[in-house]
Design a protein around this ligand. Structure first.
Ligand code: PMP
Ligand code: GLN
Length: 381
């Protein structure tokens, strides 16, 4: 029997994150590939989750999320960026940032609409656009991972429905600067182009750097979906909890799709996170924790033959291995995993035309002993 199945994503391969993590398990390698912590979440948060589970919060939450969590998100956004989002109609809880990103795209992109994506890019943007019949317009970042605004200006046209930003940036660890966002704001002013801003690493910024949320730029805020992740912020990637913020008119459309993708998300987790967020000092502690981890990792590879620019944000560090091997990044990553026991992510898979700059991405959201063991190996290469 022919089902006449026509794949919406015929060219999609297994994600590099799943592939490297599976191989890391199979070869018992130290897994610095997929981005997740190898340490536990705060016991206080786990205990709040237990209290929710025993506290009769096990039925559906309201479609947009419980109000106290939406209020906590609004208060945090006001505190961090001085910006107001109304909990009633401008904030929606989602099953991780992935669902927020998919929903924002599905609710606004029609077949033939162009969506500008900067490469290297996180892997969920392009398939989400293609699944709606949208056309990804891919622009490679400079060798220092900054946006070529002249190339952007040339790509912008009447079919450009959306531009996707990601700051702090996965995989490069760079952050967008005030001048970038001012340039974007000016370029988009005469257009009706929307912005999807993936800010999942907003609290992981180092060396007193500043996360520039698009919410701080009025000409961007009015046209932006901002997507965030509690998984990244509170070391609970497995809970799959995130949210989207957008002006009311955009959020209204977002919720029409959200309702039928998921309706509402994990109720006990929402309760736990809402309680946990009451203590605002947690964010400062988080910054310090990851600064220490980044510095430990950079200190650990100081004597190695890898070249690098310290990550400004995220929990990823790029290392250039050109001095160690002429191999492609896919081959080098596989050799490093199988023969040396350290798993990392090759960057070419995220680049335009799979451009290979001989760089691997290492996740430093790991226990000190894990980082030390990995650095010892990396220094011997
Ligand atoms: N965006 C980026 C840049 C990411 O690295 C990730 C991975 N966490 C996501 C979105 C997805 O976040 P979540 O796990 O909350 O779905
Ligand atoms: N965000 C994670 C990373 O960049 C991966 C999450 C996933 O596997 N989809 O490593």
């Amino acid at each position: 029997m022919s089902l006449n199945l026509k794949s919406k994503l015929p060219n999609l391969e297994q994600s590099i994150f799943s592939k490297m993590s599976q191989m890391a398990v199979a070869h018992k390698a130290i897994n610095l590939s997929q981005g997740f912590p190898d340490f536990e979440a705060d016991p206080e948060l786990i205990s709040l989750m237990q209290q929710s589970l025993y506290g009769n919060y096990n039925q559906y939450a309201p479609m947009g999320g419980i109000y106290s969590l939406r209020e906590a998100i609004a208060a945090k956004t006001e505190r961090c960026y001085g910006q107001t989002y109304h909990p009633e109609n401008e904030i929606t809880l989602t099953a991780g940032a992935t669902q927020a990103i998919y929903t924002a795209i599905a609710s606004t992109i029609y077949p033939g609409d162009e969506v500008i994506i900067f490469k290297p890019a996180y892997d969920c943007y392009e398939p989400s656009v293609i699944a709606q019949g949208g056309i990804p317009v891919l622009l490679q970042l400079n060798s220092d991972f900054h946006i070529d605004w002249e190339a952007f200006r040339k790509a912008l046209n009447s079919k450009t429905r959306m531009v996707i930003l990601n700051t702090p940036h996965n995989p490069s660890g760079t952050i967008l600067k005030d001048a970038d966002l001012l340039t974007l704001e000016a370029l988009l002013k005469p257009t009706d182009t929307l912005v999807l801003s993936d800010e999942v690493y907003e609290h992981l910024v180092f060396d007193n750097g500043l996360h520039q949320s698009v919410s701080k730029y009025p000409g961007l805020k009015e046209r932006s979906f901002i997507c965030a992740s509690f998984g990244k912020t509170f070391h609970i990637t497995g809970w799959k909890m995130g949210y989207c913020m957008a002006p009311e008119a955009l959020m209204k459309e977002f919720r029409k799709i959200h309702e039928f993708v998921v309706f509402s998300v994990n109720h006990p987790a929402q309760r736990a996170i809402a309680e946990y967020m009451k203590d605002s000092s947690r964010y400062e502690a988080l910054r310090a924790l990851f600064q220490e981890k980044r510095d430990l990792f950079l200190g650990g590879i100081q004597g190695s033959r890898f070249a690098f620019t310290p990550a400004e944000g995220t929990y990823f560090q790029l290392l250039d291995y050109s001095e160690i091997s002429p191999q492609s990044d896919l081959d080098f990553a596989e050799w490093l995993l199988r023969d040396k026991g350290v798993a990392a992510i090759p960057i070419s898979v995220f680049n335009l035309n799979r451009q290979d700059n001989h760089q691997l991405r290492f996740c430093f959201a790991k226990k000190s002993e894990t980082l030390k063991r990995a650095c010892d190996i990396l220094c011997r290469l």
